[in-house]
Design a protein around this ligand. Structure first.
Ligand code: ADP
Length: 239
């Protein structure tokens, strides 16, 4: 495996998968895919494939975790052992999946109206059966739809995308190689209505100007993701 900066990620302005710099990968969204969940969604984003299932609001176990003022939210993010191309994932929860579970929980604690369901728990499981860069964003887009499918009241639908820097240029929605060998990666989640920032992480190096431009590009991408979410919801619920 090469080091960062050693692999050519842009040839004649085109990326390794043929995309333009401001182009997101093809998106497929299907709602209501798991019979045993109260709400569910499947999202395919490029080579990422994610299933999200929502269970609840339901009685909270263990009981001492119950909050008399609001529901507790627990999001469990997992990458399947067979999900990656290069090496077999170590199965089970590791530090990375625990961090991502926490980060995704924080995103949705700010949009779900948890106070409507005191003393209950809302459990969300998101399983990445295929992973190729940007899985936390794929997971957030899928969870957003699964929560809507479960009829959980939210202030807004959430969209997420990562924006990074490859061969010195800003690029939307990094794939696995771009994430590995690029110079920066900044995943962002936004609330659809007012663009509130619900998640902002970054590794690598970006200038202040690049961050400003990146935020604008992410906003435009999130509008496209919202349209795909809206279409998936209409398809599921049209009569
Ligand atoms: P994200 O998937 O949100 O971009 P990371 O930056 O941590 O999160 O991971 C980038 C990509 O690296 C993942 O999408 C996946 O394709 C790959 N990856 C992450 N963890 C592992 C692992 N333990 N084994 C193999 N590949 C991994």
């Amino acid at each position: 495996m090469g080091k960062k900066g050693e692999v050519k990620l842009l040839v004649d302005g085109k990326r390794t998968d043929g995309r333009k710099l401001d182009e997101i990968r093809p998106l497929k969204m299907v709602i209501g895919v798991l019979d045993n969940a109260d709400g569910s969604a499947y999202v395919e984003w490029g080579n990422n494939k994610a299933y999200a299932g929502v269970f609840g609001p339901r009685e909270c176990f263990p009981k001492f975790l119950a909050n008399p003022y609001k529901a507790i939210l627990r999001v469990h993010y997992n990458m399947s052992a067979f999900s990656t191309k290069h090496e077999r994932m170590r199965p089970g929860p590791g530090r990375r999946s625990m961090e991502l579970s926490e980060v995704i929980t924080n995103v949705f604690e700010n949009v779900i109206q948890l106070e409507k369901f005191p003393n209950t728990a809302i459990d969300v499981h998101v399983e990445l059966v295929q992973a190729d860069g940007g899985t936390r964003c794929t997971a957030i887009n899928a969870v957003s739809l699964a929560l809507a499918d479960a009829g959980i009241p939210m202030k807004d639908l959430v969209q997420a995308v990562s924006i990074g820097k490859i061969d010195g240029q800003l690029a939307l929605d990094l794939n696995g190689d771009e994430d590995n060998y690029g110079e920066a990666d900044m995943p962002i989640a936004l609330a659809n209505r007012n663009g509130d920032i619900l998640l902002l992480q970054m590794d690598g190096l970006l200038t202040k100007e690049e961050i400003n431009t990146a935020m604008g590009m992410a906003g435009e991408a999130c509008k496209k993701i919202y349209e795909a979410q809206r279409e998936a919801l209409i398809k599921r619920y049209e009569v």
